[in-house]
Design a protein around this ligand. Structure first.
Ligand SMILES: [Zn+2]
Length: 349
């Protein structure tokens, strides 16, 4: 059961709108006039690891990276990305020395049934000697910070062997979903607060369009390669659909969505108990999923493969020749690139 690409699709892309995505995009766009990149000496090309599944540099183990890593030199200035309030300076075992800020949205918005008025930025792996004098006289939850104000110095504190800034953005609450579930006394927001930090910035332009290409159909697994320019590491969502196309209006007979910002297709619905660390980020590899991207500051582009496993394709005899497989990859701004593949008996590639 193998597929081949369809170059001239006879039907338009199926678009799904999601109010949470739209509200989030709108809220983040409203900040763009005042946001600055947290490392003035670096830019998007220095992002070594984006908000994505990745393989670790030493252990080759997979994790979901809930931040962006920005490369630079020890002691480089780190600045506030948006006006806000100093929310603390701590030493975490993994993230090392970390400055946290809280920021107010110009307008509150609804996200996953909650009213969101604030977001938080986390600046991790800082150099303690350089950062301590900067924050020494600041009062937690009081001191006002302006956009672009010096808040720390780059380092490699915590669990890392590379000098870089780990920059994370959390909306609504500072508390991860796991923390909420394991601490029933805390406010229950019911969602993971980490979102793609690049959503703070206007996409750099002009930029090459991302591309999708079929790379393999071995063992009945479809593998499609997504490539994007290094300045645009903003991949967020993949929608996979099987369409019945023997009529003018194709019918969706099966679909799967994986959305990193919304955690759609990642956190199992109805999760209410305290899970083991990392469990909430587990990808279901029986369903369409991303291959992790290796950590690295040197590549000129980002690429990942989207895997549609044969077990998902073959269930319920969906691999019939009148069906078409459609994959759409969507970035944090809703821009799409899609591919369509005939399901049938073409030779394996
Ligand atoms: Zn990181």
């Amino acid at each position: 059961m193998v597929k081949s690409p369809i170059n001239n699709p006879e039907f338009p892309p199926l678009t799904t709108s999601n109010p949470d995505s739209e509200n989030l995009q709108q809220a983040m766009e409203s900040l763009h006039g005042e946001t600055v990149f947290p490392v003035p000496n670096s830019d998007y090309r220095d992002i070594g690891s984006t908000f994505m599944y990745r393989t670790e540099i030493d252990t080759n183990s997979e994790d979901f990276h809930r931040a962006i890593d920005i490369g630079g030199d020890e002691g480089d200035n780190i600045v506030a990305t948006y006006p806000g309030t100093f929310w603390g300076y701590r030493n975490y075992s993994g993230a090392g020395r970390t400055v946290r800020l809280r920021h107010k949205f110009p307008q509150s918005f609804t996200y996953k049934g909650r009213t969101v008025s604030y977001f938080y930025t986390w600046y991790s792996h800082l150099n303690h000697e350089g950062t301590e004098p900067i924050v020494a006289n600041w009062k937690e939850k009081e001191t006002e910070i302006s956009s672009g104000q010096l808040i720390g110095k780059m380092g490699q504190s915590g669990e890392t062997k590379v000098v870089h800034l780990d920059f994370a953005v959390r909306i609504g609450t500072n508390n991860s979903l796991r923390f909420q579930l394991c601490n029933p006394g805390s406010t229950q927001w019911g969602f993971e607060p980490h979102i793609h930090p690049m959503i703070l910035y206007t996409p750099s332009s002009p930029s090459p369009e991302p591309s999708l290409s079929l790379v393999s159909t071995a063992n009945g697994n479809l593998r499609v390669r997504y490539i994007t320019d290094r300045q645009q590491p903003i991949l967020n969502r993949v929608e996979t659909k099987i369409l019945q196309c023997n009529s003018t209006n194709p019918i969706v007979v099966k679909s799967h969505t994986l959305d990193l910002n919304l955690r759609e297709g990642i956190v199992p619905p109805g999760t209410t108990t305290c899970p083991p660390s990392g469990w909430l980020d587990n990808l279901d590899k029986q369903k369409p999923h991303f291959d992790p991207i290796p950590f690295g500051f040197n590549a000129s582009r980002y690429q990942t493969e989207i895997v549609v496993p044969s077990v998902w394709l073959n269930a319920n005899s969906l691999s019939r020749t009148e069906n078409t497989l459609q994959i759409e990859v969507v970035d944090i701004w809703g821009s799409r690139v899609s591919g369509r593949y005939q399901i049938g008996d073409a030779p394996e590639i």
